[in-house]
Design a protein around this ligand. Structure first.
Ligand SMILES: *[C@@H]1O[C@H](CO)[C@@H](O)[C@H](O)[C@H]1NC(C)=O
Ligand SMILES: *[C@@H]1O[C@H](CO)[C@@H](O)[C@H](O)[C@H]1NC(C)=O
Ligand SMILES: *[C@@H]1O[C@H](CO)[C@@H](O)[C@H](O)[C@H]1NC(C)=O
Ligand SMILES: *[C@@H]1O[C@H](CO)[C@@H](O)[C@H](O)[C@H]1NC(C)=O
Ligand SMILES: *[C@@H]1O[C@H](CO)[C@@H](O)[C@H](O)[C@H]1NC(C)=O
Ligand SMILES: *[C@@H]1O[C@H](CO)[C@@H](O)[C@H](O)[C@H]1NC(C)=O
Ligand SMILES: *[C@@H]1O[C@H](CO)[C@@H](O)[C@H](O)[C@H]1NC(C)=O
Ligand SMILES: *[C@@H]1O[C@H](CO)[C@@H](O)[C@H](O)[C@H]1NC(C)=O
Ligand SMILES: *[C@@H]1O[C@H](CO)[C@@H](O)[C@H](O)[C@H]1NC(C)=O
Ligand SMILES: *[C@@H]1O[C@H](CO)[C@@H](O)[C@H](O)[C@H]1NC(C)=O
Ligand SMILES: *[C@@H]1O[C@H](CO)[C@@H](O)[C@H](O)[C@H]1NC(C)=O
Ligand SMILES: *[C@@H]1O[C@H](CO)[C@@H](O)[C@H](O)[C@H]1NC(C)=O
Length: 679
């Protein structure tokens, strides 16, 4: 931050604002949760009891709704030699295909790419009908996201009642920066801190995730800025999810555990390594429940609607004091994208803790609870520090207290691990080394047959992907004895084109192992490795992002493999066909021969051509040409495409925040800086 007077102005303004909030008392604020009496039966449910009754009845409803959609989709896909009607006649709620779509972390890169995948498989999209892939979105049972894929893809689709991407573009103006919607950041900051103040006054813990989460409200429909996640399940709201005609939206969160998680400079992080992934708790949020299925320190759930309630031993501490409205959609969006710890560790110590880089030998002592996080000299003006510090100062808490998505712990005293643990400190789901939100989809209770994994994590050189995150999920699943396909090593992923085109994994695995389709962000019609921090998009840019995702999802719209639409449909029904004893048509067998990883690891050396590919559908167009003609990029602008052709900045975490920014106004600095949604 180069302009102390603007900064001082901001501080004064916030303080003025808090004085006002206090003077006004706690009037009704749409962001603040409220207390109500508890429902009679409110309790923590053990994961060992299987799917919740609410999810079971939703699945019954949903399966009835999707059978006609399945029939239309298979008819369109036109698998030769396959009798759609004969199959549909045998299909019911227990043998129909269960399909999940997983959208990775990676800021706007993954979040907008995810909207492109949704559209490429949407029967309401004429282009998807033309490419015979339209209808797959209609039969999804689950749609999962974390970080950018959660805050953007899942959050926006769910809030728009699962409408089309084209329709969403009429409600959300993506050319408006989500972190600074009016251009007057002071005004916006005032509003979001006011809301945070009302939540604090109502007696709930607050943190930087409260203001930060509200950034995402800017891309939600206006009447849902203060919606609750659990509202989606309320049939009164007529949401397609509640009516069973849309998939269940799930977001994934990680945590840090004071006294257990490792720390760097007193900043906690989950400490993922090659053997402990399953031991790090992976929380999921659905419109019905919040909790964790397997692994980690708790395997239990609370109804999402009552998040924020003080619980003990599985019951409310006081039957007449239950919280509702804590589960703001924006707060969950903010939590799944909350990586302040990673950004600050990177900025302070140049140590990247996302899966993208190694951390061998760097883990240090455990947290000394008596001392706050030291801010290194010169970092006071780092805008991430300012945002956290302002939260701390205004709410009279430590910097450390302000850094996490702070949730009253529903599982307090529920088991030994949770003895006297009154708060959960939740963060970006990708910080456990798994940026693909696959865990909710491999829970055996859900019987998911087919998982489509769209990944745009920037975990590789040049901001493409190299498979590490998918490999990490496989390791964690294996530690927990959860069936998951074998995934080859990074070398094979990168040199055998498995990070550049759709590939199936698990084609010959056991019946209980889901089939996985990996859709890695890669350049088909556009160089979509733009910076995950870009927070606004012109129509042309968005068109390009969506088209690239479409070309990836449709394997070049039939130009690379004309059999792809049928192949995708084969994968969708493969396990269901087996359940009803119908033999896989030959066209499916040959498609799997072509598109499944063949089980061989490669020893080829990774070359620059492997990691810096040109456009699959137009290889003569270089990044530079494309950037000028299509993207409208300007290499000196912070919103231009990230470094294709030049090696990616190694300090792409929050380190970028402390670079001199010339005469930038505070608003612009804040907007760019706090837009650091990674992972
Ligand atoms: C579903 O159909 C199968 C035969 O395809 C049958 O065995 C099973 O009982 C049916 N399930 C239900 C719930 O109707
Ligand atoms: C920005 O908003 C603040 C607070 O609402 C207001 O005082 C200020 O005049 C605005 N600045 C501009 C340039 O409009
Ligand atoms: C929000 O507004 C949209 C468009 O006006 C409307 O269709 C929808 O029902 C509203 N949603 C809620 C929850 O009020
Ligand atoms: C991984 O971290 C765990 C603690 O979570 C530790 O016990 C284990 O030794 C570590 N393993 C490796 C290979 O570093
Ligand atoms: C994972 O947790 C289990 C049970 O608490 C423990 O036995 C095991 O050592 C842990 N593994 C690692 C790598 O931390
Ligand atoms: C692949 O990603 C991992 C983890 O992000 C990283 O350590 C490794 O250097 C990457 N390899 C290549 C070739 O990009
Ligand atoms: C914790 O940190 C404080 C302040 O730096 C120091 O005085 C104290 O000795 C430390 N305690 C432990 C147990 O390391
Ligand atoms: C936090 O803000 C307060 C009040 O503006 C200031 O005095 C303090 O130096 C700041 N702390 C850091 C670490 O920036
Ligand atoms: C990978 O794709 C490129 C470009 O389409 C092609 O030239 C190359 O032969 C492929 N490599 C393998 C191992 O399939
Ligand atoms: C996809 O291919 C069809 C048939 O060749 C063509 O009509 C359509 O324009 C293509 N769509 C896109 C988005 O490339
Ligand atoms: C399918 O075949 C298996 C083994 O041959 C048999 O047990 C099962 O009942 C059959 N299922 C249906 C739906 O016909
Ligand atoms: C697997 O595929 C790779 C690359 O396409 C090829 O080089 C290798 O020979 C194949 N292995 C087998 C056993 O077919």
């Amino acid at each position: 931050m180069n302009n102390p007077s603007v900064l001082a102005h901001f501080f004064i303004l916030l303080q003025f604002f808090f004085a006002q909030v206090q003077a006004q008392g706690s009037g009704p604020d749409p962001y603040a949760p409220v207390y109500t009496s508890c429902p009679k039966d409110l309790s923590i449910r053990a994961a060992s009891t299987g799917l919740s009754d609410t999810e079971k009845s939703w699945r019954d409803l949903h399966s009835k709704q999707i059978i006609p959609e399945l029939k239309s989709y298979l008819t369109l896909a036109n698998i030769s030699g396959f009798d759609v009607q004969q199959y549909i006649n045998q299909i019911n709620g227990t043998n129909l295909p269960i399909v999940g779509l997983s959208i990775s972390g990676g800021g706007t890169q993954s979040g907008l790419g995810g909207l492109g995948i949704w559209q490429a498989y949407d029967a309401r999209n004429p282009q998807a009908i033309a490419s015979r892939t339209g209808g797959l979105s209609q039969i999804l049972t689950y749609l999962t996201g974390l970080s950018g894929g959660g805050a953007i893809t899942v959050g926006i689709i769910a809030a728009n009642n699962f409408s089309t991407t084209a329709q969403i573009r009429t409600t959300t103006n993506f050319s408006v920066p989500y972190s600074n919607p009016t251009g007057n950041f002071t005004q916006f900051a005032t509003e979001i801190f006011e809301n945070t103040g009302a939540k604090a006054e109502a007696g709930f813990p607050v943190s930087v995730v409260d203001p930060f989460g509200q950034f995402w409200g800017n891309w939600l429909p206006q009447n849902l800025t203060f919606a609750n996640y659990s509202d989606l399940a309320n049939p009164k709201n007529n949401n397609s999810f509640a009516l069973g005609t849309a998939p269940m939206p799930i977001m994934v969160l990680a945590e840090v555990v004071p006294g257990k998680s490792p720390e760097i400079g007193k900043i906690l992080y989950p400490g993922f390594n090659s053997t402990n992934g399953f031991n790090l708790t992976s929380y999921e949020v659905t419109p019905f429940e919040f909790g964790s299925w397997a692994g980690g320190r708790v395997q239990a759930f609370i109804p999402t609607q009552y998040l924020g309630t003080n619980m003990s031993n599985g019951k409310p501490q006081n039957d007449s004091v239950c919280a509702v409205g804590f589960d703001k959609l924006t707060f969950i969006q903010g939590t799944t994208a909350c990586a302040f710890n990673a950004w600050l560790i990177d900025a302070f110590y140049q140590i990247p803790i996302f899966a993208k880089r190694e951390l061998e030998g760097r883990q240090q002592q455990q947290q000394n609870a008596t001392a706050d996080i030291p801010i290194p000299p010169g970092q006071q003006d780092n805008q991430l520090v300012v945002l956290v510090n302002q939260t701390a100062v205004n709410f009279n808490q430590s910097f450390n207290d302000s850094l996490w998505g702070t949730y009253p712990n529903p599982f307090q005293d529920y088991n030994d691990n949770m003895k006297n643990v009154d708060e959960l400190l939740l963060i970006d789901g990708s910080l456990t080394g798994e940026t693909n939100p696959i865990r909710p989809l491999i829970i055996p209770e859900r019987h998911v047959d087919f998982i489509i994994v769209y990944e745009a994590s920037s975990d590789s050189k040049y901001s493409w992907v190299n498979g590490t995150n998918l490999i990490n999920t496989q390791k964690s699943a294996s530690e927990g004895n959860i069936p998951f396909p074998q995934i080859p090593d990074v070398n094979t992923m990168v040199t055998q084109n498995l990070t550049k085109q759709p590939t199936f994994f698990g084609c010959n695995a056991s019946d209980s192992t889901p089939l996985v389709l990996y859709l890695p962000n890669s350049p088909w019609s556009g160089y979509t490795n733009f910076s995950y921090m870009q927070d606004s998009f012109t129509n042309n840019q968005l068109n390009s992002v969506l088209d690239n995702a479409y070309q990836l999802a449709t394997y070049g719209n039939g130009t690379v493999d004309a059999n792809w639409p049928a192949c995708l449909a084969c994968a969708t029904i493969k396990k269901s066909l087996k359940r009803v004893n119908i033999t896989l048509p030959p066209v499916c067998t040959s498609c799997f021969n072509l598109h499944c990883w063949n089980g061989t690891n490669s020893t080829a050396n990774i070359t620059d051509a492997n990691t810096n590919p040109s456009l699959r559908l137009n290889s003569s167009v270089s990044f530079q040409q494309w950037n000028t003609t299509v993207w409208g990029g300007n290499s000196s602008s912070p919103t231009s495409n990230s470094s294709n052709g030049t090696e990616k900045d190694e300090k792409d975490g929050s380190a970028g925040l402390v670079k001199p920014l010339g005469t930038s106004a505070f608003a612009v600095v804040m907007a760019v800086l706090v837009a650091m949604i990674m992972g």
